[in-house]
Design a protein around this ligand. Structure first.
Ligand SMILES: Cc1ncc(C[n+]2csc(CCOP(=O)(O)OP(=O)(O)O)c2C)c(N)n1
Ligand code: SF4
Length: 257
């Protein structure tokens, strides 16, 4: 009898909710795969509370075999902060899009970051409001055509794209972990997410990872153009790398005696 090979899934993924509900080619599934593998490797599934926002991220409400909560738009960080403060042994993960995190939820993120709350925020930046049909978001790039800017984003009228990790790195104290990864480099993205979780496990401070993510449906791109956008267009405005790494800082301090 032949056995149909099954795709490898993280152990903490909820098999009953797969195949998932994202569009083909969507970046959310890849970011959540990195998160799932990081949870597995750290052995923290029983301690995780996963919170997702409104927007396409909410399609992950039943993604994991972990305690999960779906919040009002932009309110995931404060909800996770409350749960963490009530039970510091839990590992609280807030998952959202750029609209939820940098527009309607920016107050939640900025204040949690400024207080160095010991939660982990993972934000999928796909440069627009995807779930509602592709409107301009804070991370839409200059010249990028979206539903509410059909001639392209004009920075004179609407400003330059929000640089989330750069902003959060500037306002967090010692012990914060801040990075920007991309779905074009999943190994690296997973390592950033793993460090962001490890940082929470050690109780060092706020942890934040932005992931450059694709929305082929609203970008109206085929597979080739999607990769071109992710690999060539997004890095023009969004630099991939670690901005704050308390593990490195600790190592350097030890080396310097
Ligand atoms: C308070 C409030 N305002 C507006 C909306 C409508 N709304 C639902 S999803 C969404 C955009 C989500 O965009 P983003 O957070 O970037 O996530 P994505 O869908 O791109 O993953 C908006 C504006 C809402 N649900 N609640
Ligand atoms: S609309 Fe975009 S972000 Fe939403 S599920 Fe589809 S591809 Fe993903």
């Amino acid at each position: 009898m032949s056995v149909t090979p099954q795709p490898a899934m993280p152990k903490c993924w909820r098999v009953e909710s797969k195949p998932h509900k994202f569009c083909p080619g969507c970046g959310h599934g890849l970011v959540l795969k990195c998160l799932g593998e990081a949870i597995d490797e750290l052995g923290i599934q029983d301690r995780v509370v996963f919170g997702c926002d409104i927007g396409c991220s909410l399609l992950s409400w039943d993604f994991f075999n972990c305690d999960s909560v779906q919040t009002h738009h932009g309110r995931t960080t404060p909800v996770m902060t409350g749960i963490k403060r009530a039970n510091p042994d839990l590992i609280c993960i807030a998952y959202m899009g750029d609209g939820g995190g940098y527009a309607i939820g920016v107050g939640g993120i900025v204040n949690a970051a400024a207080r160095n709350e010991k939660v982990t925020v993972i934000l999928a930046n796909n440069t627009l409001y995807a779930m509602t049909g592709g409107q301009m978001s804070p991370t839409t790039m200059p010249g990028q055509k979206v539903e509410t800017a059909p001639y392209g984003r004009d920075p004179e009228a609407t400003g330059m794209p929000t640089q989330g990790p750069e902003m959060i790195a500037a306002i967090t104290g010692a012990g914060a972990y801040v990075a920007r990864g991309t779905m074009a480099n999943l190994r690296q993205l997973k390592s950033y997410i793993k460090k962001a979780l490890q940082n929470q496990i050690e109780g060092n401070g706020f942890s934040f990872v932005e992931a450059l993510s694709a929305c082929p449906t609203n970008w109206r791109t085929n597979a080739e153009k999607t990769w071109e956008f992710i690999e060539k267009e997004m890095p023009k405005y969004y630099k991939v790398g670690e901005l704050k790494n308390p593990f490195e800082a600790k190592k350097e301090a030890q080396q310097n005696g």
